[in-house]
Design a protein around this ligand. Structure first.
Ligand code: FAD
Ligand code: A2P
Length: 378
């Protein structure tokens, strides 16, 4: 993952592939208010190793690694804490908001099977959202199924907190996987069938306009009534997006609702190069070992106990006793990412419940009733 503007709270556009330029820009642009600069020497700038040529000629803004430190980052405007209910559908498909791309950053390494980008969007403070909500994006062009009409809206989980990556409440970030189509017969990539919106997003450039709708969704909102609560977060791939927002709120930002509980992230990706926001999460682990746990399942690098691919459900099984106890004590559990993970996870949880002499069906319905169970898969 690219590491860069930890020293900056403002957008910083730099050409990829020029580490010295980047380093200079980062250091020059540090008009910031961190009081503890202990993170600064830990910055590393390995953008080159994470580009595969696709983005090399583009400007990117690097802000996925705003470092956690014990003295947290000041955020504004404070009014974003005031509302009792989350903002919902402020902009609808018929009247979307036209926002501006601030930056597009490839955030996986060269050995990742696929491309994932971190995209920062300037909404000027006009499309506020809460952590766990999604934006809709209407890609430019005509809907092939309805000539003359725009494309359908695609939803993307927002990967930043309500304050955005610049901590000023004016941006929202997305974590987007480029949808590529491979011909099953030839095994070759067929660009004519590539995903419309994800490719538009990953190919966009700073300054480009983007039509957004929303914010949408209530299922993945972070319940904050109990600051000591436990939050167990399960993700595959870009499903990590809402958790990046939660964790920045819990550990990076200075917000009135101080987090004193436990956040436990299970992240399933293909390999080390596919890890998303890993530096941020690793930093929380160092700074808040009593409040954060982080377990990774690398399907194409690690094996499960049966010699198969290591999936998130295998990690869940490994810690099932603890997880069940935490759930019994009111923990929230969240699932986000591939739809395909849910049957495997439910099978694992059912098996564990039965081994413990419990009925999974009864437990699940209790979890749902208590609003402890949060699922957003796609
Ligand atoms: P589309 O153009 O809609 O195509 C869909 C798929 O079909 C692609 O894989 C494409 O390659 C394939 N295809 C196209 N043409 C053909 C053809 N002729 N024959 C066979 N296959 C074909 N995605 C993220 O990356 N990050 C997120 O955080 C995220 N959050 C989401 C949150 C929610 C609540 C939901 C519902 C979805 C989320 N998604 C997220 C998925 C996202 O909304 C899109 O579905 C995804 O980006 C694909 O959209 P697209 O326009 O690129 O692909
Ligand atoms: P794999 O593709 O090796 O089968 P990424 O975005 O990096 O591809 O992350 C998605 C992760 O989810 C991959 O590790 C992928 O493994 C994994 N995955 C695929 N299918 C399932 C499933 N049914 N249950 C859990 N994880 C899955």
């Amino acid at each position: 993952m690219a590491h860069c503007a930890a020293a900056s709270q403002i957008a910083l556009a730099v050409p990829v592939g020029s580490d010295s330029t980047l380093r200079k820009s980062v250091l020059k642009t540090s008009s910031i208010s961190f009081s503890d600069r202990s993170w600064a020497p830990a910055l590393s700038l390995d953008l080159k190793s994470k580009t595969n040529g696709r983005l090399q000629s583009q400007n990117v803004v690097c802000m996925s690694v705003q470092q956690a430190n014990k003295s947290k980052v000041e955020v504004a405007p404070v009014e974003l804490e005031d509302a009792k209910d989350p903002p919902l559908n402020l902009y609808k498909p018929k009247e979307p908001y036209t926002a501006t791309i601030v930056s597009v950053e490839r955030i996986v390494g060269p050995k990742a099977p696929g491309e994932t980008c971190h995209i920062v969007i300037d909404h000027g403070g006009n499309v506020p959202y809460w952590e766990g909500q999604s934006y809709g994006v209407i890609p430019p062009g005509e809907n092939p199924k309805k000539p003359g009409a725009p494309h359908n809206v695609r939803l993307y989980s927002i990967a930043s907190t309500r304050y955005g990556d610049n901590f000023d409440g004016r941006t929202g970030s997305l974590c987007v996987r480029r949808a590529v189509y491979y011909d099953p017969e030839t095994g070759k990539e067929d660009p004519s069938k590539a995903g419309v919106c994800s490719n538009f997003l990953c190919d966009s450039k700073p300054g480009d306009k983007i039509r957004i709708t929303g914010p949408a969704g209530k299922i993945m909102l972070l319940p904050e009534d109990d600051p000591k609560a436990t939050h167990i977060m399960i993700a595959t791939g870009t499903g990590v997006a809402p958790y990046r927002g939660y964790l920045r709120r819990m550990f990076m930002e200075s917000v009135p609702k101080k987090f004193e509980g436990l956040a436990w992230l299970f992240l399933g990706v293909a390999n080390t190069d596919s890890l998303l926001y890993d530096e941020e999460f690793t930093k929380y682990l160092q700074e808040y070992p009593d409040h954060f746990r982080y377990d990774k399942a690398l399907s194409r690098e690690q094996k499960n106990k049966n010699g198969g691919k290591m999936y998130v459900q295998d990690k869940i099984e490994e810690y099932s006793d603890e997880i069940f106890k935490l759930l019994d004590n009111g923990a929230h559990i969240y699932f986000c990412g591939l739809k395909g993970m849910m049957p495997g996870i439910q099978d694992t949880l059912k098996r564990v419940a039965e081994e413990r002499g419990e009925s999974w069906e009864a437990k699940l319905s209790q979890l749902k009733k208590n609003k402890q169970w949060h699922v957003e898969v796609y």
